[in-house]
Design a protein around this ligand. Sequence first.
Ligand SMILES: Cc1ncc(C[n+]2csc(CCOP(=O)(O)OP(=O)(O)O)c2C)c(N)n1
Ligand SMILES: [Mg+2]
Length: 352
Amino acid sequence: MTTNSTADLLQVLNEHGEVVRPDLLPDASTLTMLYRAMRRIRHFDERAVVLHRQGRMGVFPPYGGMEASQAGTALALTPEDWLLPTYRDTGAALAYGLPVSTTVAYWRTSPHGWAMPEHLKVLPFYIPIATQYPHAVGCAVAEARQGTQNVAMAYIGDGGSSEGQFHEALNFAGALNAPCVFILQNNGWAISVPTRTQTRATNLSKRADGYGIPGVRVDGNDIIAVYHAASEAVARARRSEGPTLIETVTYRVKPHTVSDDPSRYRTEDLTREWEAKDPVVRLAAYLRAQKLWDDAHEDALQSEIVEEFEAAVREADTYPEPSPTEILDHVFAEPTPQLRAQGEELRREVNA
Ligand SMILES: Cc1ncc(C[n+]2csc(CCOP(=O)(O)OP(=O)(O)O)c2C)c(N)n1
Ligand SMILES: [Mg+2]
């Protein structure tokens, strides 16, 4: 048993393709917009894994199967809002507007991918677990103090929600009424540790109760429900009604990263069950049944997505290989004496 059963969840389009909350169904153009976004980020995920095999991409944490959870949340934002993604959330960053070429460069460890475009308020993918949560509160409070209606949306995993900074941030955000939307993607695993092993809590959204803020639990493979919950939370934050925690219940059907082998710590029966709840397939089937989508739409979208991706890779291919010492160049505006010494040592080693 895992903690992420689909009981007690907000759903609109369930895993059987039934609309269970017709009152929450958006219009046709929103539905196709959500589908297009999921297909686009799925393509990136699939191609990133292939490029890694070809030696043209660094270590990459796939998010395939979690597209609804990522696009459905990020699409509730505008570029005036902050996005604080983790290494798992490439799909969210792309849906928010991070250019594909910057994203490819980032996962190639090229310095071109380290600096995020100035017109977007997206922070670099967080690798240290949970550190982004207090930062999001800081971004949100800064916006509120400047009198804007902008919000900060931060992502975390089930594993990250066991870290102290997760709890500190939720408390801080509640106390300061920060315009923050906390996305907790419960994908059942923290590398090889199942959720049930690291917590006795079975409903992670309830953690919000401890901090006096609303907690919402949503089917993370139903983009309609996710988008609805995220849009509501963003609207609340913009109205100065404070933070929300949204648990998107999903599953990591992929390995932790492309260098992980899940067969060493799990059997794949449950993975097959979750693959049958695929968010992209679910919405496609619904759109086709409603005659909102057909093969011609799919082919046109596919060509558009492939073209965008290939152009981005061609651009990223023009970025020069970084020198080993460049890793220290962008840490501080003014390097510390220690960093300068380390740089000199590294340069001596490289030149030797
Ligand atoms: C502070 C910190 N501790 C440990 C790690 C090592 N680590 C990398 S990923 C990971 C698991 C995180 O699991 P979860 O939060 O569920 O995110 P997921 O990978 O499932 O998206 C751990 C422990 C880290 N990156 N940072
Ligand atoms: Mg996880």
